[in-house]
Design a protein around this ligand. Structure first.
Ligand SMILES: *[C@@H]1O[C@H](CO)[C@@H](O)[C@H](O)[C@H]1NC(C)=O
Ligand SMILES: *[C@@H]1O[C@H](CO)[C@@H](O)[C@H](O)[C@H]1NC(C)=O
Ligand SMILES: *[C@@H]1O[C@H](CO)[C@@H](O)[C@H](O)[C@H]1NC(C)=O
Ligand SMILES: [Mn+2]
Length: 470
């Protein structure tokens, strides 16, 4: 048996590494692996928080199993090598930094006390649990009165949801606090908050927490709808090619071969990853949902799509009247980023792709897009899913090729999660975007940019205080 101290230390280091690899996996469109890593991160985190709540007990058998499970996943991730030397170097530097932080913190903290690298993510986990508990409590007998009191507000919101004279925004996310910052920043900077409607979609795990948060907080009277992606009955494998592709055993073995465990092929095969980690639905569907906007919002004509890692700094109403010239979508170009160019994502050996696409064409930035759902419905293409590699960016590039209107770059400033962005550009950006892995809610985030995000989070909220989110 291992010493509980060293097990907890191992869990902490593994979590740090796994978090980076989730981002890398996502950047490489390996959504299944990202999902599996995230699941394991949550398990390890809950083991650690249990130990923190009831020291000195750390269930050794369970923790050792978690350490082994995670080691397997990390090995799988590392065997994929991903994007070559640069990525690996970045990873190593980060892991080293995190290890140092963890070691230093351990010195001065109690046995299973706060560990710097973990504070915020642990806090977010805690927030989700408390909000969920709150939701079920308030929908019980004692919560009925509250529900009755908000009946009038509910009816008013319901009317707004399909009113096309209003400004509709959507966010698809499993992160309550991030979504809150997006909604809050939009509302704070909105000239006509009464005209803003938010459509949030989350997964089954976070649905109660998301509803709870947006019921207990008001954002200048924004109408907010929360939906659960599991409730979309039309979203099934017979209809959605991406889902079919994700469930296809060939795709799975493609992503899990390459290691010594790969290649067994059939249902339970594809390596040593336990079957229970193989459900890629949540992460992947929230990510892919943006390609089914006309189905998600059948009654809407126009919507602004926002990622959950953005902050809105200006009134975006003017975007709703930007001339899209019959195009389906408005986006800023990302020509300067080589990794956004088409050839990285599309299969240029495919004759159809070669015939129709310019391999050096610029890519479009997703994460802040104005979408004309009427134009989309008119021009809907039954795209052949074999043309693209699995992931959220490629079908977007393909589905929207030639249907995108270029927006002025000030509308959407990218790179806060990995690059250096100039102060003037930051100030001018109507929407700023932490694409990359240094998300503002993580400890590894750049302090300078984090202040922009922090402005829109109410750290004095009792639940955030209780969960040590600061
Ligand atoms: C899957 O979605 C299609 C299209 O909306 C629908 O016709 C079909 O009934 C759905 N199948 C199941 C099993 O829900
Ligand atoms: C790319 O297209 C070619 C020709 O259709 C095909 O043989 C190959 O398997 C495709 N590659 C990928 C990774 O899909
Ligand atoms: C929203 O942002 C405002 C202004 O920055 C801030 O004062 C407020 O606490 C935020 N509200 C929530 C619920 O986060
Ligand atoms: Mn993003």
């Amino acid at each position: 048996m291992m010493d509980p101290d060293s097990i907890s230390q191992q869990l902490v280091i593994q979590i740090s590494l796994a978090k980076t690899l989730v981002v890398v996996a996502k950047e490489n469109n390996n959504l299944q692996l990202a999902w599996e890593l995230s699941t394991q991160i949550r398990r390890s985190q809950s083991l650690l928080s249990n130990a923190a709540a009831k020291p000195p007990v750390l269930n050794s058998a369970e923790s050792e199993a978690a350490v082994r499970q995670m080691a397997l996943l990390l090995q799988t991730a590392q065997q994929l090598h991903y994007d070559g030397a640069a990525m690996i170097a970045r990873l190593k530097a980060q892991v080293q930094a995190l290890e140092e932080t963890a070691a230093a913190e351990k010195e001065k903290s109690t046995r299973y006390g706060q560990i710097a690298a973990e504070e915020l993510p642990k806090g977010l986990y805690c927030l989700g649990v408390r909000l969920t508990r709150e939701w079920y409590r308030s929908s019980g007998p004692s919560g009925r009165k509250v529900a009755a009191a908000s009946e009038g507000r509910k009816a008013a919101t319901a009317r707004k949801l399909t009113d096309n004279s209003l400004y509709h925004y959507c966010v698809f996310s499993d992160n309550v606090l991030a979504t809150s910052a997006v909604v809050n920043s939009t509302m704070v900077n909105s000239k006509h908050p009464e005209k803003v409607v938010f459509h949030l979609v989350t997964d089954g795990v976070n649905y109660a927490a998301m509803r709870s948060w947006f019921t207990m907080n008001s954002f200048r009277g924004a109408a907010v709808e929360v939906q659960n992606v599991d409730d979309f009955s039309w979203l099934n494998a017979s209809y959605v090619p991406v889902l079919r592709q994700l469930q296809d055993s060939g795709t799975k073995s493609f992503y899990f071969s390459g290691g010594d465990g790969g290649g067994s092929g059939n249902g339970g095969g594809g390596g040593k990853i336990p079957v229970k980690f193989r459900n890629p639905k949540y992460l992947s569907m929230l990510n892919h949902l943006r390609f089914y906007l006309p189905e998600v919002f059948p009654a809407l004509e126009k919507v602004i799509f926002l990622d959950d890692d953005v902050i809105v700094q200006r009134d975006l109403a003017a975007l709703f009247s930007v001339e899209l010239g019959g195009n389906v979508m408005g986006a800023v170009e990302t020509c300067m980023e080589t990794f956004h160019r088409f050839h990285k994502y599309l299969n240029f050996s495919h004759p159809l792709v070669r015939a129709h696409f310019d391999s050096d064409a610029c890519g479009w930035a997703f994460g802040m897009n104005v979408v004309d759902l009427r134009a989309w419905r008119r021009r809907n293409r039954n795209a052949d899913h074999t043309l693209w590699k699995l992931g959220s960016l490629p079908p977007g590039l393909l589905a929207f090729y030639g249907l995108v209107q270029r927006l002025e770059p000030e509308w959407h400033v990218l790179g806060l999660g990995y690059a250096t962005v100039g102060a003037a550009e930051l100030r001018r950006g109507a929407v700023v975007h932490w694409n990359g892995n240094q998300k503002p809610w993580l400890k590894i985030g750049n302090e300078r940019y984090k202040a922009i995000w922090d402005r829109y989070v109410d750290f004095s909220h009792p639940l955030l205080q209780q969960c040590n989110v600061h």
